[in-house]
Design a protein around this ligand. Structure first.
Ligand SMILES: NC(=O)c1ccc[n+]([C@@H]2O[C@H](COP(=O)([O-])OP(=O)(O)OC[C@H]3O[C@@H](n4cnc5c(N)ncnc54)[C@H](OP(=O)(O)O)[C@@H]3O)[C@@H](O)[C@H]2O)c1
Length: 321
């Protein structure tokens, strides 16, 4: 279904020849003066050249900007000069003073949030919502373990899951990270750098196990995750930085599932669904991005080093031009 929808189809031209139909409606560009841009781990993978998706060069990273609209393309009606906005994607790259984005990737930024918080919404919150609901089929009353809850996606997942009636467990690698996780929706926090923390999770969940695990480091945790699940539980593979050996039998005994999540594959309709829920969350007050570290644009090299070799996340990393 997805493949069919995305493939370019041919249309008849007036001369009867076939010409490729554009895959998406023509882009309606807006120019944004960038006030802050989120840094996501994927931008370091792409920059290193070792990622499956290789951008056309020259490439400027950055999909999640927040700022003020400078001007809009002639067919853009949803926005005007001076509007405060955030994006979930840019055409020209967000690590910049100005960025061009297609209007369908631009959303109004509520006065309740500052620009740095606006730059923390895009990839983290849209991924969290996709992992929980569009792929994980989470329901109120279920339990979720956010394995890696102190970073951009983790805090977003805790806030959304708590607001939607799930029982939320989260992990972090520092005391400070655990406190942030607890303040952002988790009922219970564990330290994933402690040797016996898995036993503590098991003690907490008892025989029942946990219904969903949102996994940020699957290459380290997937084998153990399978043992923490409830009957019919699912592990959502959000982050992974390498291979891991698992015992497939662990899925048989509980009829559990391992499900990959890729925000990149989100359809227009799914993005719309997600945006509607998240904008509601901002208005209702439960969606409040936590900005951990902030770097000036000229220190982006350091930001890329620090996000990969972090000594402990404390929320979202942002760049400020
Ligand atoms: N599939 C997708 O579409 C998608 C979308 C967005 C992000 N991602 C991926 O998801 C991952 C998280 O992204 P992010 O933006 O939240 O990154 P981030 O802000 O850098 O956070 C990384 C998180 O991983 C945690 N972590 C470190 N060691 C861990 C361990 N042994 N077990 C569990 N968690 C551990 C960190 O905790 P401490 O620092 O407290 O130790 C922190 O909470 C990245 O790998 C990213 O590439 C995937």
């Amino acid at each position: 279904m997805r493949g069919r929808r995305r493939r370019a189809r041919s249309v008849r031209t007036p001369r009867g020849r076939c010409a490729p139909r554009p895959r998406f409606p023509p882009e309606q560009p807006v120019l944004i003066q960038v006030h802050a841009c989120g840094v996501n781990p994927v931008e370091t993978y792409i920059r290193s050249g070792n990622y499956a998706r290789k951008p056309a060069l020259p490439y400027t990273p950055g999909s999640d900007v927040a700022g003020v609209i400078e001007c809009v393309g002639e067919h853009v009606t949803a926005f005007k000069k001076g509007d405060r906005v955030f994006t979930t994607g840019t055409i020209s790259g967000g690590y910049a003073d100005y960025a061009v984005a297609a209007a369908n990737r631009v959303f109004p930024l509520s006065d309740k949030l500052d620009f740095r918080q606006g730059a923390a919404i895009g990839i983290p919150y849209f991924t969290a919502y996709r992992a929980l609901f569009q792929k994980g089929r989470a329901k109120a009353g279920e339990s979720v373990l956010v394995h890696g809850a102190s970073g951009g996606v983790g805090i977003a997942t805790c806030q959304i899951a708590r607001a939607c009636g799930l029982k939320v467990l989260g992990t972090a690698g520092t005391e400070e990270g655990m406190n942030i996780v607890l303040r952002n929706g988790a009922h219970q926090a564990f330290n994933h750098r402690e040797a016996n923390y898995i036993d503590k999770v098991k003690e907490h969940t008892g025989m029942e196990g946990v219904d969903i695990i949102i996994e940020m480091l699957s290459n380290v945790n997937l084998a153990t995750d399978l043992q923490l699940l409830s009957y019919g539980g699912r592990v959502m593979v959000v982050g992974s930085r390498g291979p891991i050996e698992i015992n497939p039998r662990d899925t048989m005994s509980k009829e559990s599932s391992i499900i990959g999540v890729s925000l990149f594959l989100e359809t227009e309709e799914e993005r719309h669904e997600c945006a509607t829920a998240l904008l509601d969350g901002i208005e209702a007050g439960w969606l409040k991005p936590i900005v951990g570290s902030e770097y000036p644009l000229e220190k982006v090299v350091k930001a890329h080093e620090d996000i990969i070799h972090s000594s402990g996340a404390r929320g979202k990393m942002v760049l400020v031009p």
